[in-house]
Design a protein around this ligand. Structure first.
Ligand code: AKB
Length: 301
């Protein structure tokens, strides 16, 4: 939704088609088409009929939902991406496919300031599928001379009340729960630090990356660091915004996922190749989330 609006502003409302697997749920400034990206024929027909020259393929099943339904994650994150790459190759399209810090995992990488060229041994089907996305995308790019590029996103936080299918979705869910009930049980341990970024800043980074000169990019996939945020620090910032609220830390299955990921990321190549840098405080991050929440949820606060 956020990137669609940014892309429409960049290329013009008439030069973008937004798709999703469900009926249209949001007001977009551009044409909307219902599309299941696992249906290769429909995907191909939409691209070829409209002479699409740039595919931004965001469809994906996130980590926590993927662990509940691995087959769906494989269908969407693996076979759906193969559909996109084949269609892009046949139609000379540029293609962007997002990756994630979830590609990191196992015991053989540095969890602090994790460099882009680390051993990738993800422990989730989401992470495995994202490693595949990066590798198959790079293969298509090198074999068929395609403009494929990808960003390993950190935890992206929005102010919208939906899904909460990500491992660190607590960062948004906490506000809605506290605004409704005054209390929130954080599904991670206090010290489960993860790299995080607010959605608006993520969109700024993505647009900057998409506009970067492909010939100046020395790699296909780039780290994006955000800032390292521990639940304890974040909940203190939230409680300052919502005085009188209470939180507990009650780790669930998502704790094991969070522990397998980096605590902080080194994204020096992104600064070097496409001039990206980002630094805000945890309090500023929490305030961005809170300020972006629909006022209807804050009545009486
Ligand atoms: C997820 O699914 O949890 C990921 C992430 C790194 O937040 N998008």
């Amino acid at each position: 939704m956020h990137l669609t609006r940014a892309l429409a502003k960049e290329v013009g409302n008439d030069n973008i088609i937004c798709t999703d697997v469900s009926d249209q749920k949001y007001d977009f400034p551009c044409r909307y088409e219902k599309l299941d990206i696992c249906d290769a024929n429909s995907y191909r027909k939409l691209v070829e009929t409209n002479k699409v020259d740039h595919i931004v393929h965001l469809a994906g099943i996130l980590s926590a939902l993927g662990e509940k339904n691995p087959q769906l994650a494989i269908d969407v994150n693996v076979f759906g991406v193969v559909n996109a790459l084949r269609i892009a190759q046949d139609n000379n399209c540029r293609i962007f496919i997002p990756s994630s810090i979830a590609v990191f995992g196992g015991d053989h990488f540095n969890k602090k300031q994790t460099p882009a060229d680390s051993i990738l041994q993800p422990r989730t089907v989401y992470g495995v599928s994202k490693v595949f996305n990066e590798m198959i995308g790079e293969y298509f790019s090198n074999k068929f001379d395609m403009d494929f590029r990808s960003i390993r996103y950190p935890v992206i936080i929005s102010s919208e009340k939906f899904g909460f299918n990500g491992t660190a979705a607590y960062s948004t869910e906490i506000f809605f729960e506290i605004l409704e009930k005054g209390h929130y049980n954080v599904p991670l341990k206090e010290d489960a630090a993860l790299p995080m970024m607010y959605i608006d800043d993520c969109i700024d980074a993505t647009m900057k990356f998409l506009k970067a000169d492909f010939n100046k990019l020395k790699r296909k996939t780039y780290n994006l660091a955000g800032i390292s945020v521990a639940p304890k620090e974040y909940t203190i910032a939230v409680q300052k915004l919502l005085p009188g609220s209470t939180v507990d830390f009650k780790p669930d299955f998502r704790q094991a996922i969070a522990e397998s990921w980096p605590q902080s990321i080194n994204d020096s190549e992104s600064l070097r190749d496409w001039n990206w840098s980002y630094d805000i405080s945890v309090s500023e991050l929490a305030k961005k989330v809170y300020d972006g929440i629909d006022p209807r949820y804050k009545l009486g606060k």
